[in-house]
Design a protein around this ligand. Structure first.
Ligand SMILES: [Zn+2]
Ligand SMILES: [Zn+2]
Length: 172
């Protein structure tokens, strides 16, 4: 979805505000795919400011996919917002001040939405903060109950140590 900022015919100090409904492609996080729903749409505000346009994009997304710990379905509600600037004249701006998503005053709203969402997501999506995950030995879902592996199988410190080893050759 693109908006040509010139088409808005905004004069200095004017503002264009609209809600756009658009589909957001699934995001991949830690190797797993997550579906994205934006039920209330993506709010876009364009402000005509000195030297260019200031774009504010905000959305409330619902992200669905496997819990990073137990692999059961997890749902995350996340608020994302992003501000981008586009200059009406090329000269006089640092590259870092200009939006990489706005070319020739045509704003790629889908790309800005995606960037905002990805930045707002946590490193891991879990079904609940207290999710106990799977037994590292037998794969049993520890939220359902203990498995037969015994105490060391469900000791969380064991899991942490295992993760820390990361392929170095220190003997356990
Ligand atoms: Zn979980
Ligand atoms: Zn087990």
């Amino acid at each position: 979805m693109f908006i040509d900022l010139n088409d808005l015919a905004l004069r200095g100090g004017e503002r264009h505000q609209r809600v756009y409904s658009l589909d957001v492609a699934p995001v991949v996080l830690g190797g797993a795919g997550y579906q994205v729903l934006v039920p209330d749409g993506v709010k876009v505000a364009v402000n005509r400011v000195a030297g260019g346009f200031l774009l504010d994009v905000s959305l409330d997304a619902r992200v669905y996919g496997p819990c990073a710990r137990c692999l059961q379905e997890a749902v995350l509600e996340v608020h994302a917002e992003q501000q981008e600037f586009a200059a009406t004249a090329k000269g006089g701006w640092e590259g870092t001040e200009l939006s990489e998503f706005i070319e020739e005053l045509v704003a790629d709203i889908s790309a800005i939405t995606r960037e905002a969402l990805v930045l707002a997501l946590p490193a891991q999506i879990v079904c609940a903060p207290e999710c106990k995950g799977l037994c590292p030995r037998c794969g049993h879902d520890l939220n359902v109950g203990c498995c037969a592996c015994g105490p060391e199988g469900i000791d969380e410190r064991w899991g942490v140590l295992k993760d820390l080893r990361l392929g170095d050759d220190v003997a356990p």
